[in-house]
Ligand binder design. Structure first.
Ligand SMILES: CC(C)(COP(=O)(O)OP(=O)(O)OC[C@H]1O[C@@H](n2cnc3c(N)ncnc32)[C@H](O)[C@@H]1OP(=O)(O)O)[C@@H](O)C(=O)NCCC(=O)NCCS
Length: 339
């Protein structure tokens, strides 16, 4: 069987269709509880890249049939030695060397770019799931990547939300958070908070546990926040944010955001939640998260499930999530391959 590996031609609609079908088929096997991949989000890197990310998209054909694809995300503004990777092989064409061929091509691209590290996530077992086949993890180990950070995906089943308990938690948190006021916004950060949002977002890679992952602090400024917002607008991603403003200084010092893909009304991703280190210990993390949940529910009546990833060692964030009702849904590992 002949395997060919070539850059995706962005004008080749048939190849895009096949790549998308491979991704949907793979996800149905590997992460069946997630909604089908959003087509707009899938294609967006071609026309609407995230600022600071140079995406190299490669497709692999097995005897002429598109069997898999990979995307190498080269970082151009910071972390320039690092590249994120997505690599997917259609379930019908696995264990024939397609994944390895895509990986080797990615290594060549990374070397040409002067990069040193590839970073990718795969599904891994939760406690009790050790017997389950985990192709992504087996593959990552086979190509020599090292597990660098253990994550857990947790899900909040919105249909069984314990609303009285949330109300109590919110009242308690509000009492501890005297001197702070909650603000909410949708897709676009109000201009008065955009510099603070940039500061908070830039801290994330420093403040969240990273295990052995070698990420440096991102250089995030207001322009980059606006650039990301434009890229998310192009993907049709709906965003909901709640923040806490420190009344004495007028600064936004805590922020929580969740988002829904264009193709989904029932599923959301809980994204960033971060509190400025100078303002920790006032329950602002819990406060902004509950406020934001109410915010999203007010606009998204069909919302049934919210997923979030946390580093397994991120005890504070996990404690907040468990209080809200998030429960483990899948294990996940971030792998790092240093070349
Ligand atoms: C992981 C994935 C890309 C592998 O694609 P593939 O074309 O089957 O991979 P290859 O045939 O090139 O396999 C290379 C090696 O990986 C290992 N491997 C791959 N799948 C495996 C599995 N299910 N069980 C055990 N080992 C496996 C083997 O060592 C294999 O070599 P071998 O077949 O000679 O034993 C594919 O299963 C997939 O798309 N999974 C979902 C997405 C994902 O997790 N991607 C990984 C991101 S790093």
């Amino acid at each position: 069987m002949a395997i060919s590996v070539t850059p995706l031609d962005p004008d080749d609609q048939a190849a895009l269709d096949e790549a998308y079908r491979a991704a949907v088929a793979a996800q149905a096997v590997d992460e069946p509880d997630l909604p089908p991949l959003c087509r707009r989000r899938f294609e967006a890197p071609l026309q609407h890249p995230m600022p600071g990310i140079d995406t190299r998209w490669t497709v692999a054909r097995l005897d002429g049939v598109l069997a898999g694809w990979s995307r190498l995300y080269l970082h151009t503004l910071d972390n320039t030695e690092n590249a994120g990777v997505e690599l997917v092989v259609h379930p019908a064409y696995r264990r024939r060397g397609v994944g390895r061929a895509l990986h080797e091509h990615g290594l060549r691209l990374l070397r040409e770019h002067g990069g040193k590290r590839m970073i990718a996530s795969t599904v891994t077992p939760l406690p009790g799931e050790e017997g389950r086949e985990m192709p992504g993890a087996a593959f990552a180990a086979a190509v020599g990547a090292r597990p660098a950070l253990a994550d857990v995906r947790r899900r909040l089943d919105v249909t069984v939300l314990d609303r009285p308990r949330l109300a109590t938690l919110l009242t308690e948190a509000s009492a501890v958070a005297a001197g702070y006021r909650v603000v909410r916004w949708g897709d676009h950060t109000p201009q008065e908070y955009v510099a603070d949002v940039a500061y908070l977002e830039g801290r994330l890679l420093v403040d969240a546990p990273l295990g052995d992952l070698q990420w440096e602090q991102e250089q995030v400024d207001a322009d980059r926040i606006r650039g990301r917002e434009r890229a998310l607008d192009a993907r049709g991603v709906r965003r909901y944010s709640a923040g806490a403003v420190h009344e004495a200084s007028g600064r936004l010092v805590a922020w929580s955001m969740l988002s829904l893909d264009a193709s989904s009304t029932w599923h959301a991703w809980q994204q960033i939640t971060i509190v400025d280190p100078d303002h920790r210990g006032h329950r602002l993390g819990l406060l902004t998260k509950i406020e934001n949940l109410e915010h999203a529910l007010a606009h998204e009546p069909e919302l049934r499930a919210i997923d979030t990833y946390n580093a397994a060692e991120n005890a504070h964030m996990i404690a907040i999530n468990e209080q809200l009702g998030f429960r483990p849904a899948a294990g996940s590992t971030d792998w790092q391959l240093t070349i």
